[in-house]
Design a protein around this ligand. Structure first.
Ligand SMILES: [Zn+2]
Length: 291
């Protein structure tokens, strides 16, 4: 396997210090771009203006981020572009963090401005966890991860999971979108806090008149949707009811619910709209403001 030439843009480190409009990212080869779109049904389904905009976001993303292969994984161009294109998908119609979209679409990359590294593992990663319960007892356990996003730190992805993106679209699953949307959620918290499934909202979000009103609107839709999902998961697990669509991991907490539902919103909008009609309007207000 050839190592990535996309990330071998030596002047990129110098360019990262320039304002984006002065940077000169390398073009993404046409054949590689076409292949990446063709491998992901939800990217292929974008219209040509959206694909063009996505490509431009990707070119700049490649200057700003560093990919690292772990456990012997060689980072190839197709790995880099598959991750980059999916990571940039949520940014397609966004402005900067907490701001309405303006004339510069590249501002949307500010959502990922708190980190540089993307670590790609060949398979699932096993993390050693430690929690202390209310009685002061320390519990140690191993957790198998397809991906992980750390606040103000790197993103870790399992290539074996990323590779399943096209097949996973039917069940609304996408690990890259999951982890990058966590990053967006984390832009609204202070260091040490846990994200709460509520990213910073732009001014005028769904015609609200203040930041406070926007937040209330967001929670008034998210809260009942989360509770409904948690209820459905509990009914399935305890009483054998039919499992709800989407990963039950979304019932863990509001941040995971946001990440899990965003996966489906981006890769299988049709089914998502049928299952979560109120969330589609909410997410359109956030991810496609003014549309
Ligand atoms: Zn998560």
């Amino acid at each position: 396997m050839r190592t990535s030439s996309l990330t071998a843009q030596l002047p990129r480190f110098a360019q990262a210090w320039l304002p984006r409009r002065w940077r000169e990212p390398l073009p993404i080869p046409e054949r590689l771009w076409r292949k990446t779109l063709a491998r992901h049904c939800f990217l292929q389904a974008l219209n040509s203006a959206e694909q063009q905009r996505l490509r431009q976001l990707c070119r700049h993303f490649l200057i700003e981020k560093e990919f690292h292969g772990a456990h012997g994984l060689v980072i190839s161009d197709s790995i880099v572009l598959a991750i980059t294109a999916q990571a940039c998908l949520p940014l397609l119609h966004l402005g900067g963090v907490g701001t309405a979209p303006g004339s510069d679409p590249l501002q949307a990359l500010n959502w990922y401005g708190d980190f540089v590294g993307i670590v790609v593992q060949p398979g699932a990663a096993v993390a050693q966890r430690e929690v202390t319960d209310a009685a002061g007892v320390v519990h140690r356990y191993r957790e198998v991860l397809a991906g992980e996003a750390m606040d103000r730190g790197p993103i870790m992805l399992s290539w074996a999971s990323v590779e399943q993106a096209d097949a996973g679209a039917a069940s609304g699953h996408n690990v890259v979108i999951h982890e990058f949307v966590h990053k967006m959620d984390m832009r609204g918290i202070t260091l040490g806090q846990h994200p709460g499934g509520a990213p910073p909202l732009p001014r005028g979000f769904l015609d609200t008149r203040s930041e406070a009103e926007a937040r209330v609107r967001w929670q008034s839709v998210m809260q009942p949707a989360f509770e409904g999902f948690r209820e459905a998961v509990a009914m399935a697990e305890r009483f054998g009811a039919e499992a709800p669509w989407l990963d039950s991991y979304g019932a863990t907490n509001p941040a995971e619910f946001f990440a899990v539902t965003c996966e489906a919103y981006f890769v299988n909008r049709e089914r998502f709209a049928a299952e979560f009609p109120a969330l589609v309007t909410l997410y359109d207000g956030f991810f496609r403001p003014g549309r």
